[in-house]
Design a binder for this molecule. Structure first.
Ligand code: GLA
Length: 675
């Protein structure tokens, strides 16, 4: 009946105006619409019964208050199909989690062909604009906007994984009335790491609704008598003061309720990862040498990436055989881990548990453990196949090797990668009419393995990575501590990827490495300071080849990392202000993070290219206390000569701060501290 900012408890509940049109059924918004009766709009639940009947009309049965909200039970007007709608409200942010349980209380199985988590109806307007994140490998999370017109707009993944084509997230606002600082925004995020879909529909009478849940593409979940199917949680919220407030609500909500260490996630350590430096070419000695160098600049966690195990010296062999490469690590991983500990860092390791190379002992032994259709070709991607995590024996295998690895070695962190998507999603081990359950059962198997590993090793931290940023969603964020944003580590491209990311996700989980220049992805050259400042807007890592660094590079890195440790509390868990957008070829961009007590702030400013000696724009800060006096200091790069050493919050917000940015790819940052 209503979705918007908070009303008063005594306010009446008013049905949306129904527009009776000749020749058509009542089309007023429904809470959870079965496909049946006269429904013309997108359904939330579609079922085929064994007798061929496909008519489903859900009516209210009962409701009950719960600790955090409400459950509502619906039932078909004749058949024993029960649906329990769950509502869980986060009181501090007003973000509402909604999901549905579909239960078969009949005598016969039926097939669920579409199962959405929830339906959200917006106030009637013809003037909505949809904001969403789209991308691809190396170009994730690009923020896009399109006006809603009659018809459907579909954001989805059919890949079996969250995917990098779209983020399972939307924001809708009324045209021209929303900015970073003003306007009402309705937003939502789907917590599912398998194939998903969000459909935004504007019907001919200008009613806009959003449904989201399991992707109905190739969906067919046979539900036996007595069984239930539970949908993912679809979170939704409303911000009244523009995108900044939306991001603040989302970030606070994710930190306090979604992340595994919620409500008090520890700050992310500064990590070093050897992938870009060494790729597959390393051994114990060379890892130790690079670890010493990483420790010398203040790194807190050393992560060894792909190439440490079995016959994996290139990407075409060994995946699936998880024991240390005997030539590279003759005494196992312990000597290296001890060395890393002696350097004062903890140790992390790359794994890709869901995948297998054709050239591996695991595949030779269990060729039937991968997703495949009997007798059909098996498509490879990056020379690998996807193991079927719906199979209990595959779950056991993964749990078995991870358990052994983590029990025998002091490993603080896993980078959990998944470098390809589903193809030929067959599951021949089950009867044909059960096979399409793969879209649900794979995801459940993946979540089971992750949560079981966390249960057995409560101190372990995990990063979700999937060929770059292909597995980021509120479902996986509930079981992992950080996510890999993109394989594209070019610090300029990263500005817009990171900008998009922060519309949906907290910057605290956004991993950013400082890597080599020229960058491997696009050959762009940038200064080490620019690279650091770009990466310091999220969770900082270093991935450069330290063997090539000069002593000046080491000195810069040491300073920047020490500086980052001073500000990471506010970057990761403070309040973010996107002051100037890096999108769409913009020449200048800036972000600011403010500590929750408003006693400190950091501003990052980036110039693409200086033209005709124009000075870069003055940056007006936000979120400071107007009367408080703040001192300012540069953190990399230079402030303009006219900058006072101290001034009020009002001064920094209204007069602003000037940076001295010249040339191409110039960056500077300033820290403001209350006196
Ligand atoms: C993927 C990841 C990279 C790296 C390689 C290793 O591409 O995104 O960071 O781990 O795999 O093979």
């Amino acid at each position: 009946m209503y979705w918007g900012p908070r009303l008063e408890t005594q306010d009446p509940l008013v049905r949306p105006q129904s527009v009776g049109r000749p020749f058509e059924q009542d089309d007023s918004p429904e809470e959870f619409a079965g496909w049946g009766g006269g429904l013309l709009a997108e359904p939330t639940l579609k079922i085929t019964f064994p007798d061929g009947n496909r008519d489903l009309v859900l009516h209210f049965v009962s409701s009950q208050a719960t600790a955090h909200g409400l459950t509502i039970v619906l039932k078909d007007i004749q058949r024993d199909v029960f649906v329990t709608l769950h509502y869980a409200m986060d009181a501090q942010t007003g973000i509402l989690g909604r999901w549905a349980e579909i239960e078969n209380r009949a005598q016969q199985p039926f097939v669920v062909e579409q199962a959405e988590s929830a339906e959200w109806n917006l106030p009637r307007s013809s003037d909505y604009v949809l904001h969403y994140l789209t991308g691809r490998w190396g170009g994730e999370d690009q923020f896009r906007t399109r006006a809603l017109q009659p018809g459907e707009t579909v954001l989805e993944s059919r890949r079996g994984f969250t995917g990098d084509e779209f983020a399972p997230w939307f924001a809708i606002a009324e045209n021209d009335r929303v900015t970073e600082r003003a306007g009402t925004v309705w937003f939502g995020s789907l917590a599912w790491s398998g194939s998903w879909r969000i459909t935004v529909e504007q019907d001919p009478m200008q009613q806009v609704k959003i449904v989201g849940g399991f992707n109905p593409f190739d969906f067919g979940y046979k539900l036996d008598p007595g069984k239930t199917l539970e949908t993912p949680v679809f979170y939704g919220g409303v911000a009244q003061h523009g995108f900044q407030e939306m991001s603040r609500l989302e970030s606070a909500f994710q930190l306090r309720t979604i992340l595994p260490q919620a409500p008090h996630p520890r700050l992310r350590p500064v990590l070093y990862n050897s992938w870009e430096a060494t790729e597959f070419n390393f051994d114990e000695k060379t890892q130790e040498q690079i670890a010493d160098k990483a420790a010398s600049i203040g790194v807190e966690r050393f992560v060894m990436d792909d190439g440490w195990f079995s016959t994996r010296v290139l990407d075409n062999a060994g995946l699936g055989d998880w024991y240390p490469n005997p030539q590279r690590f003759p005494k196992g991983l312990k000597p290296l881990i001890d060395h890393v500990h002696a350097d004062g860092m903890d140790f992390g390791l790359w794994v890709e548990p869901e995948m297998v190379n054709e050239n591996s002992d695991l595949y030779r032994k269990h060729p039937d453990w991968i997703l495949h259709f009997e007798g059909r070709p098996r498509t490879q991607a990056r020379a690998q196949f996807v193991l079927n995590l719906a199979l209990p024996e595959v779950q056991e295998y993964i749990l078995g090797f991870l358990d052994k690895l983590l029990r025998e070695n002091d490993i603080a962190f896993l980078k959990w990668d998944a470098n390809r998507n589903f193809s030929e999603p067959g599951w021949p081990q089950v009867p044909p009419d059960e096979e399409k359950k793969i879209w649900v059962k794979y995801g459940e198997g993946y979540y089971h393995v992750l949560s079981e590993i966390r249960r057995r090793f409560p101190k372990l931290e995990i990063e979700s990575c999937s060929g770059g940023g292909g597995r980021v969603d509120l479902g996986v964020m509930h079981l992992t501590d950080e996510v890999w944003t993109s394989d594209n580590t070019d610090p300029f491209d990263r500005l817009s990827i990171q900008d998009g990311f922060t519309y949906a996700y907290t910057p605290s989980v956004m991993m950013d490495w400082v890597t080599d220049s020229p960058n491997w992805y696009n050959g762009r050259s940038t200064s080490l300071t620019y690279r650091f400042l770009s990466s310091m807007q999220g969770s900082l890592g270093v991935g450069a080849d330290l063997n090539k660094w000069t002593s000046a590079d080491f000195a810069t890195a040491k300073d920047m990392i020490a500086g980052y440790k001073q500000i990471r509390g506010m970057v990761q868990q403070g309040v973010l202000y996107r002051l100037a957008s890096p999108r769409d070829g913009s020449n200048f961009s800036a972000t600011e993070s403010v500590a929750t007590d408003q006693r400190q702030a950091v501003v990052f400013a980036f110039l693409h290219s200086e033209q005709m000696q124009y000075p870069s724009p003055t940056v007006h800060l936000e979120g400071l206390k107007p009367e408080t006096i703040y001192g300012v200091a540069a953190l990399g790069g230079k402030l303009a000569k006219n900058t006072p050493e101290r001034a009020s919050g009002a001064f920094w917000m209204h007069r602003g701060v000037d940076f001295d940015l010249t040339g191409d790819y110039a960056a500077a940052a300033a820290v403001l501290t209350a006196e």
